[in-house]
Design a protein around this ligand. Structure first.
Ligand SMILES: [Cu+2]
Length: 477
């Protein structure tokens, strides 16, 4: 279950595969001994049994021949050193989604580093300041590179993790496959102008799965990561009523999900504590119903074995995770900004500024550009003036206004922000996040301390929206 990729005289270096963790359960692994310090990743073509028995294998692009890529685990405060070799026939990079690291390690081509050319290696090296559930993926030709399978989980362990029987990791993905289980072509403008590349095959840890085996009475920590190109997952856990203990890696006051679905836009994560309250040999279904009842489907079912229920031995309410060392924004003194998102199909945008002149929607579409922020469309992101400049250590509030017909998971690099208001009302728990799902017609306010100097991307994580212009740069001086 634990694969040792290399040895060292001074440190243990282990990687676990997401597939192994999911298929076999993690009961026998002492997660805290799985410390990743130095790792090698190679992005290259591979073939995996994505759909499973009775179906052809799928040609993918993968880190170290697996999808998802290796689970990287380390402890808070450790350094991570990852040598990434590009075995693809096009440039790539790796972005460490959600991590507050120096801009030179952030993986945005040209903005933070030159792209890694085919055959070349680039070594990422940074300190893991925050514990939590994160992930990594390329930031070049993202729709295709991430969509073909280049992504993996990065787990930074707390010094004092919550007491549970077991930990599970679900890397949620969504693939557009044909009848032969081959990945459909990329570059569809209809996807870019609508809801992005929604697929037809939802996978957990790189496989279409029916069941997650559990034991009655056990307490499980479930880490969820949405690595899809476009799909928002809205998961109903029904009778299990999980506790939410972290969002996007950042601790939140433990609270029950209740009647609500767990909504995970692209890029978002959640850490749940679930008490398996069902009876031995029973089942509990997890439904993804984000796109409405007509499109709801069973993602997976928890399947209880026949072992007698474990006796209760945990307090009902899990202990809150210790906060990460994030600076608290000062709302009273914060500088306010407003970013208005426009464009796409049915959005009513007639034109916008690009390259210093106003272009019609038709002209923009001819250049593969469909979205604007404050009336501006980026030509090449690293050459654009920042849409917002912040003095170092200043507090900032950004009002995000959706004037499009679609929802957008908006992701800020290098920082986590507090979601403070939604349509004028205080957001429950005001969680720190690095990605917030901006609904249709919604206005959201986020607040953060601009304490990480550099030029940082702020973009929609629907990769086809990003690729067609829904992106900008925030500069911290
Ligand atoms: Cu979007």
């Amino acid at each position: 279950m634990v694969e040792q990729l290399s040895t060292t005289s001074t440190r243990r270096r282990f990687l676990q595969t997401g597939v192994a963790v999911s298929a076999l359960g993690a009961a026998s692994i002492d997660m805290r001994s799985a410390v990743a310090v130095e790792i090698e990743l190679t992005a290259a073509e591979a073939t995996i049994p994505l759909v499973g028995e009775g179906h052809p294998a799928t040609d993918v692009w993968a880190f170290n021949d697996r999808v998802p890529g290796p689970v990287i685990r380390a402890r808070q405060g450790e350094r991570l050193n990852v040598a990434v070799t590009n075995g693809l026939s096009e440039p790539t990079t790796v972005h460490w989604h959600g991590l507050r690291i120096p801009v030179g390690m952030d993986g945005v081509p040209h903005l933070s580093q030159p792209p890694i050319k085919p055959g070349e290696t680039f070594t990422y090296d940074f300190e893991l300041k925050d514990a939590g559930t994160y992930w990594y993926h390329p930031h070049v030709n993202s729709s295709e590179q991430v969509g073909r399978g280049l992504h993996g989980a990065l787990i930074v362990e707390e010094a004092n993790p919550p007491e549970v029987d077991r930990e599970l990791l679900w890397v949620l993905d969504d693939w557009r496959l044909d009848q032969e289980a081959a990945i459909a072509p990329f570059g569809n403008m209809h996807d870019a102008s609508h809801n992005g590349r929604l697929g037809n095959s939802a996978t957990i840890n790189g496989a279409i799965r029916d069941v997650e085996p559990v034991r009655a009475g056990e307490r499980v920590r479930l880490r969820l990561i949405n690595v899809a190109n476009a799909r928002t997952f809205g998961l109903a856990f029904r009778d299990l009523d999980p506790w939410v203990i972290a969002l996007d890696g950042q601790p939140v006051e433990p609270h029950r999900l209740g009647e609500q679905a767990l909504t995970l836009g692209v890029g978002m994560r959640a850490d749940l504590i679930i008490d398996m309250v069902g009876k031995p040999e029973s089942e509990s279904v997890v439904i993804d119903g984000h796109y409405g009842a007509n499109f709801a489907y069973e993602l997976i079912r928890f399947s209880y074995d026949d072992a007698p229920s474990l006796p209760p031995r945990f307090d009902d309410r899990p202990v809150a995770l210790l906060p990460n060392p994030l600076a608290e924004p000062d709302i009273a003194s914060a500088k306010r900004h407003r970013l208005v998102f426009e464009g796409g199909a049915m959005g009513g945008m007639t034109g916008a500024m690009m390259g210093g002149r106003r272009m019609s929607m038709r002209e923009l579409a001819g250049k593969g550009r469909l979205w604007a922020i404050n009336g501006m469309v980026p030509e090449e992101i690293y050459r654009e003036p920042p849409m917002l400049t912040a003095a170092r250590d200043s507090s900032q509030i950004i009002e995000l206004v959706n004037r499009t017909a679609f929802e957008h998971p908006l992701h800020l690099h290098g920082h986590s922000f507090r979601v403070i208001k939604r349509d004028g009302r205080d957001e429950p728990y005001q969680p720190f996040r690095d990605t917030v799902l901006l609904g249709v017609d919604e206005t959201i306010e986020v607040a953060f301390v601009a304490d990480n100097p550099g030029k940082w991307m702020f973009h929609c994580h629907v990769l086809e929206h990003q690729g067609s212009g829904m992106m900008g740069v925030i500069e911290v001086l």
